[in-house]
Design a protein around this ligand. Structure first.
Ligand code: P6P
Length: 337
């Protein structure tokens, strides 16, 4: 770690990033600052989940049909309230809300659009396993400057201007990109600041870990089954067999894949041809991050970033990882191997 990185706060890094981009209005840095505050507020509750009565479930279901955990509700409301009044955003969308979320009339609407999964992996909360928040940012396409629209939200991933996630694990990290590489900041709870700890994250071209729910094996297409069997064969020249690592929280599995290489996947199957994970606020932001870190994403045929959105909560098969591993997987899926 370079000397300057030791004291590089997220706020300073964002401000200096804005200075690097002529014409930047500083509006973007304001948005990211608000998001980092939301991250700290969510962390504060998540870090004591075992101690106070935020465990257990509410009686609500979200669009995914999951029982909504109390922390889900808290995280959803906290992020919305942290972001709704800064004047940076014209509309939001969240996994926890079926419809788009309008900015209250008393606040100015800005030019950005925020989509987020407030607490990914919530089924792991009670087991104290890593969970996370994921965010995706676009520039509005509707004019008029007033309230944003559904069309502002339903943009393809390649039009994102920023994306990232907060991972609440052994330490809490804020990982994001604005199109100039991927940077990770670790929360120092003693000062309440995110400090630069992983500057310019680059994913290895090839890994030796695969990460997916192999319990669905019997429902996968033959090409997918053959790919996983291939990874488990012994062949030292190609670094096989790979190891299986699966947390069951996308943010945790994707973060490890980003740092160590390999492949994370949630494929479609006979029961759910579109898989389980959501395009707009899980797969698109993660695909943007992997792309920016020198990795690759796929829905089995094309980059996730090129998938045309048709609805807010649509699902997509998703493969994220090292370029060589995604390439090999796609060859099996296309029947070329
Ligand atoms: P499964 C968590 O519930 C989640 O939405 C993602 O974070 C995770 O990758 C996936 O579902 C795990 O799903 O079917 O393996 O339990």
């Amino acid at each position: 770690m370079t000397q300057s990185a030791k004291f590089m706060t997220l706020e300073r890094f964002i401000n200096e990033g804005e200075e690097m981009h002529p014409g930047a209005t500083g509006e973007f840095s304001g948005l990211l600052h608000d998001l980092s505050l939301a991250a700290k507020l969510v962390w504060r509750e998540v870090s004591k989940a075992g101690l106070v009565n935020v465990m257990g479930s509410t009686d609500r279901m979200n669009v995914s049909g999951d029982i909504v955990k109390k922390l889900d509700v808290f995280a959803d409301e906290t992020i919305f309230k942290a972001m709704d009044h800064g004047g940076h955003i014209c509309v939001m969308a969240s996994e926890e809300n079926e419809d788009i979320l309008h900015i209250p009339d008393r606040y100015k609407a800005g030019k950005y659009v925020l989509l987020y999964d407030p607490l990914d992996g919530s089924s792991n909360i009670d087991a104290n396993i890593t969970i996370g928040s994921i965010f995706s940012i676009f520039i509005r396409v509707s004019d008029g400057g007033g309230k944003g629209t559904l069309a502002d939200c339903l943009q393809p991933g390649y039009k994102q201007v920023a994306a990232g996630y907060i991972i609440y694990g052994s330490s809490t990290m804020f990982v994001y990109s604005t199109g100039h590489g991927v940077h990770g900041f670790t929360l120092d709870p003693s000062v309440g600041e995110f400090l630069l700890s992983h500057e310019n994250i680059r994913i290895p071209a090839k890994g030796k870990i695969y990460s997916l729910n192999e319990g669905n094996f019997s429902s996968w297409d033959p090409g997918m089954q053959k790919y996983i069997q291939y990874l488990k064969e012994t062949d030292k020249s190609t670094g096989r067999p790979y190891s299986l690592r699966y947390i069951g929280t996308m943010v945790g599995d994707a973060h490890r894949t980003l740092l160590y290489g390999g492949i994370f996947a949630y494929p479609g199957d006979k029961k759910n041809p579109e898989g389980k994970l959501r395009l707009m606020y899980e797969c698109n932001p993660m695909a943007y991050i992997f792309d920016q870190a020198g990795g690759k994403s796929s829905d089995g045929k094309q980059s996730i970033l090129n998938v045309r959105p048709t609805s807010l909560h649509q699902r997509t098969p998703v493969f994220l990882g090292s370029t060589e591993d995604i390439g090999m997987c796609e060859r099996f899926l296309k029947g070329e191997k």
